[in-house]
Write a protein that binds this ligand. Structure first.
Ligand SMILES: NC(=O)c1ccc[n+]([C@@H]2O[C@H](COP(=O)([O-])OP(=O)(O)OC[C@H]3O[C@@H](n4cnc5c(N)ncnc54)[C@H](OP(=O)(O)O)[C@@H]3O)[C@@H](O)[C@H]2O)c1
Length: 357
């Protein structure tokens, strides 16, 4: 990052130029060099920029500065909590602005993780198309190798793919679990059995415990993939949340009612409302939708602060036991801990392109 672009700017920064600068901000020094400053209310702003560029800074600078080891998730859901219809159709729960937001999150991640259910149902590409940015490494959690090998993440070659499968997948095949088009799978020695395209690496995990989200995050970090976006579906994000493997959760709520369908977040809840999770939250308007940004690192008042570089996924806890997030206590006024999003501004319209994930 250099301050050169900032020094020679003659007109207020527009949103495209702001995004180009933002993408390479990883430290406070980078932010200052890019012309960003933090207001006393904690909001990041450019020195001289359009309102849309300031909204972009407010929404993404904290993610840019979150450190090299950071796990965040995004779901788009109906008002009644579903991420797809009962047939698994998720085109589209939320609108174009949310799609652009999702692609910005991808661009700020090293890896994008999905579960087998999403890979099977959506055949997503998981690339960055609604904004500029590098494609993250695509990670598919597929213990039983039920994702068809013809799916795009295995064949399109547009970004590297890590296919995380179980060593017992062969056994599952013998007992009939999995898709008919199941790929000829990775061998028990961890080498690919063939059938997937170039750029696809098969990671064979020896037992179920190795699929625990915090262990997966650690494995990705070991491969240099420290900034991880968990993109769905509901089962996968819920597991990461339940295990305390998420630092931040984005949920976009669309004003649509489905009645039933594929559920979003599900975990064993508290008996009393006062024990519910109420993390610090920001809100923003994305067209007709509302984006909620939940800070899952925040300690309960009086507890030591969470360190973003040693937080969930990097520490010692492993396995499937739920991890106490530290804020599952009454906040003494949850509203007081909420801050409004970037003045309710919507992100500027995304280019009308295909709307596949
Ligand atoms: N609106 C949105 O934001 C959004 C986003 C993504 C997807 N979707 C929709 O959501 C639906 C799919 O979601 P879903 O909740 O049914 O499934 P999912 O979360 O995509 O996949 C769940 C499956 O992934 C595997 N898996 C994930 N994490 C694992 C872990 N830690 N350990 C072991 N296995 C793990 C398991 O596969 P096995 O069952 O083979 O063991 C699990 O059953 C689709 O209809 C899709 O269109 C919507």
């Amino acid at each position: 990052m250099t301050g050169r672009a900032v020094a020679h700017r003659t007109a207020p920064l527009d949103v495209s130029a702001a995004w180009e600068l933002l993408r390479s901000v990883r430290s406070a020094a980078d932010a200052a060099a890019a012309g960003l400053g933090c207001d006393p209310d904690g909001r990041w702003r450019w020195r001289d920029a359009s309102p849309e560029a300031d909204a972009l800074a407010d929404r993404y600078v904290s993610l840019c500065l979150a450190g090299p080891l950071f796990t965040f998730a995004q779901l788009g859901q109906s008002l009644d909590g579903f991420i797809a219809s009962r047939t698994g159709d998720a085109d589209y729960v939320t609108g174009e602005e949310d799609r652009e937001h999702l692609h910005r999150l991808r661009a700020l991640a090293d890896a994008v993780v999905i579960g087998a259910g999403t890979a099977v149902a959506d055949d997503p590409r998981l690339t960055v198309r609604a904004c500029t940015g590098a494609h993250p490494v695509r990670v598919v959690i597929d213990p039983y190798r039920r994702v068809p090998r013809g799916h795009q993440v295995f064949t399109d070659g547009s970004a590297p793919t890590l296919w995380v499968v179980g060593a017992d997948a062969d056994e599952a095949a013998e007992t009939g679990r999995g898709a008919d088009e199941r790929a000829p799978g990775p061998r028990r020695d961890g080498r690919d059995g063939g059938g997937v395209g170039a750029g696809v690496e098969v990671l064979t995990l020896r037992d179920r415990a190795a699929f625990a989200p915090r262990r997966l995050v650690r494995e990705l970090a070991r491969r240099g993939l420290g900034r991880v976006l968990v993109e769905g579906g509901g089962v996968t994000v819920s597991r990461f949340l339940r295990e305390g493997a998420l630092h931040r959760l984005y949920v976009t709520v669309a004003p649509v009612l489905l009645g039933d369908g594929v559920p979003g977040l599900r975990f064993t809840g508290p008996e009393r409302m006062r024990d519910a999770l109420r993390p610090p939250t920001r809100r923003a308007v994305l067209g007709e939708d509302t984006l909620f940004e939940l800070d899952l690192r925040a300690p309960r008042p009086g507890e030591p602060g969470g360190d973003e570089n040693t937080g969930p996924g990097q520490g010692g806890d492993e396995g499937e036991n739920p991890v106490h997030h530290g804020y599952a206590q009454p906040l003494g006024g949850a509203q007081s801990r909420r801050t409004e999003g970037p003045r309710g501004d919507a992100l500027p319209g995304a280019p009308a392109a295909d709307v596949q994930r």
